[in-house]
Design a protein around this ligand. Structure first.
Ligand SMILES: Nc1nc2c(ncn2[C@@H]2O[C@H](COP(=O)(O)OP(=O)(O)OP(=O)(O)O)[C@@H](O)[C@H]2O)c(=O)[nH]1
Ligand SMILES: [Mg+2]
Ligand SMILES: [Zn+2]
Length: 341
């Protein structure tokens, strides 16, 4: 196995210049625990922690390593090592940290980078009780701001009486993002994923708990590596997966399994809606006023599209809601110094 199989590209090797004369190794973070990481290197897997210097230099949590990151590691005896630096990310997805802390009477917001260097995010949604177009819109906006490509995977097609109808509904809100439906228990139904899987390419499974993310991974691996558990009687997942982790697939490609997301507070700015709500924003170019809010103004092309049945009111509500959330975030965001590592 080579670094390339794990996603190493010139984008990262160009960053090695300052480290050239040291006996350090590039390594990919494949799993994060509370106080240490598992990384993959050309010499195999190591358990590593980051040096005090890395912690000290980090301007905040976003500058600390997460699963998917490439780091510079000094190997130590006993399959251990120390992380000396974090390489610049090609892509990262982040959310506004749920359960914001309050500092000195002022509400603080914090960016939580969930994962790094992902090429394609598979947004997984169940075609059972989990199915929710508004949640898919939220995921599409999150991925739109990450630098990764998005693909929607509607799983549990066997539990849905009209999977094609649901798929069409999703296609209507997904713009150019491809939408697939499948049953994860049947490996043949996952063959279409080979379009996205290539050696060195990193895919990540994202979605609520219980939608079948780990089941998809196990099917692709051809073995039960990740624990899966039935959803509870109220249709909710059980948060079976508790860690993010990267897996190398036998057919080539890397797949990240993630814990189910409880809350999905966006991190980004309102420009991120340009992709996930391209339909609304295109209509908006024909509004009479440049700063039209698409609520009450005369000559609003968006409202006109609703009246003519070309745009669903739920979709516009969703747009307003996410836009407000992003504007609020922009207002409250404190400039974080990006010192890098
Ligand atoms: N009927 C049906 N059941 C499925 C399918 N995919 C997964 N399941 C079942 O759904 C349940 C939850 O699957 P998991 O793979 O654990 O879900 P997960 O998304 O990894 O959940 P967390 O780890 O909690 O985030 C398990 O009982 C699976 O067997 C499918 O396509 N059809
Ligand atoms: Mg899981
Ligand atoms: Zn308007």
């Amino acid at each position: 196995m080579s670094l390339k199989d794990w996603g190493w590209t010139p984008f990262f090797s160009e960053q090695l210049i300052p480290w050239k004369n040291k006996s350090y190794l590039p390594a990919r973070v494949i799993r994060g625990e509370k106080n240490y990481f598992r990384v993959w290197t050309e010499q195999g897997e190591l358990t590593v922690r980051f040096s005090g210097k890395v912690r000290h230099k980090a301007a905040g949590r976003p500058d600390l390593p997460v699963v998917g990151d490439w780091v510079i590691v000094e190997p130590q005896p006993g399959q251990r090592g120390i992380i000396h630096a974090l390489l610049k990310r090609k892509s990262s997805f982040a959310r506004n940290l749920p359960g914001r802390r309050k500092g000195k009477g002022r509400e603080r917001i914090e960016q939580q980078v969930i994962a790094a260097n992902v090429d394609v995010v598979l947004i997984v949604s169940g075609l059972d009780r989990d199915f929710n177009l508004r949640r898919i819109e939220r995921y599409l906006t999150l991925v739109g701001s990450s630098g990764a490509e998005a693909v929607v995977l509607l799983n549990k097609a066997d539990l849905c009486s009209e999977p094609q109808r649901c798929k069409k509904q999703v296609e209507q809100i997904a713009g150019a993002v491809p939408v697939h439906s499948c049953c994860a228990h049947d490996a043949e139904q996952l063959l279409f994923l080979s379009t996205y899987l290539q050696p060195g390419r990193t895919l990540a499974l994202l979605g609520s708990s219980g939608v079948g993310k780990s089941t998809i991974l196990n099917s692709l691996l051809g073995e039960q590596r990740q624990k899966v558990a039935a959803v509870s009687t109220d249709g909710k997942g059980r948060h079976t997966t508790t860690h993010r982790e990267l897996f190398l697939l036998p057919q080539g490609g890397i797949l990240m399994d993630n814990p189910g997301m409880r809350e999905l507070h966006l991190w980004g700015d309102k420009e991120d809606l340009a992709e996930s709500f391209a339909d609304v924003e295109t209509l908006a170019t024909a509004c009479r006023f440049n700063d039209c809010s698409h609520k009450v103004e005369p000559g609003c092309a968006v409202q006109a599209a609703i009246e003519q049945g070309q745009l669903l009111p739920e979709r516009l509500n969703s747009y307003h809601k996410l836009k407000e959330e992003l504007e609020n975030l922009q207002r409250r965001r404190q400039p974080v110094s990006r010192r890098g590592l």
